[in-house]
Design a protein around this ligand. Sequence first.
Ligand code: AMP
Length: 340
Amino acid sequence: MAEINDKNIPQKKVVYSALKPTGDLQLGNYIGAVKNMVKLQDEYNCIYTIADMHSITVENVPADLRRRTYDFMALFLAVGLDPEKSILFVQSHVPQHAELAWVLNCYTQFGEASRMTQFKEKSAKNPENVNLGLFAYPTLMAADILLYQADLVPIGKDQKQHLELARDIAHRFNTVYSPTFVVPDGIFSKHGAKIYNLLDPTSKMGKTDDNTNGVVFLLDDADTIMRKFKRAVTDCDTDIRFDESKPGISNLITIYSVVSDKTVEAVEKEFEGVSYADFKLKVGEAVVEYLKPIQAKYNELINNKDYLLEVMRNGAERASRIANKTLSKVYRKVGFVQLP
Ligand code: AMP
């Protein structure tokens, strides 16, 4: 239920979302997450975080993390995230995330955290760096969400288990003490929002994929984008038709349909009888055109670090005010003495 404020106007629900700067933003992030974040701004109070603290749970190159934090903020603004409408900030600028995470660690069982699929997968992939941060990732994520009393969290399927844990922790804390946290619900992206690697169209396009030739990064130049689309894997058929048995072509149809704002059916009709090679060129060109204004705006912003820092500072101040309210409540409830 939305809270009613003193003017009897139902308050907008709070949406929380975070992106980890562990790799450069790619088309899948944009189509599957960021584009939706832009839309949600009109209907909800949105809080969007660049989750740099989550990034250091895996191997970290400090210069890359620093560059990407600026890049992400510049791209957020370039695609239309609006610091007047939403709160945009960098996680490490709001220390309450780490503080609440510690408390939540103490209300999370070792067994629960051990069952997290992401932890199992990441530790199996990197047995030489199974650090405590990787293990506690879900409690930091729970803190991120619960600090802002978020009602809704847009997530991909891969984060479903972590959100369930956040809900369990919130319930537990509310039961042991008294209602403290809003128990958040997930918003799952609709069918068609998932983008696949151009060279391996059965696996999701990812910012840390080994084969970057199949990944279209938002900051790739026109030649690179065209080269990647020209090489995209298709099939031995000739029909441009969306079909589960044709993952490569279906992926290209999805991409074209998003960037041209047309339905899948309209795309199939538009390219009836067109060769795969020509279709790949058209999709590449459409993506280049689509990204042009975003890249132009990015280039303007990335050269204005003072402005980016100002957005980060304002965002952190606004986030911190909300986070502090929740954290003070939590500290009081667990029995920490508050200084007058
Ligand atoms: P990640 O890059 O895996 O940290 O994901 C950040 C956000 O982008 C999450 O909401 C993902 O679900 C979304 N995302 C990442 N890759 C894709 C993709 N290939 N297709 C659709 N959504 C994606």
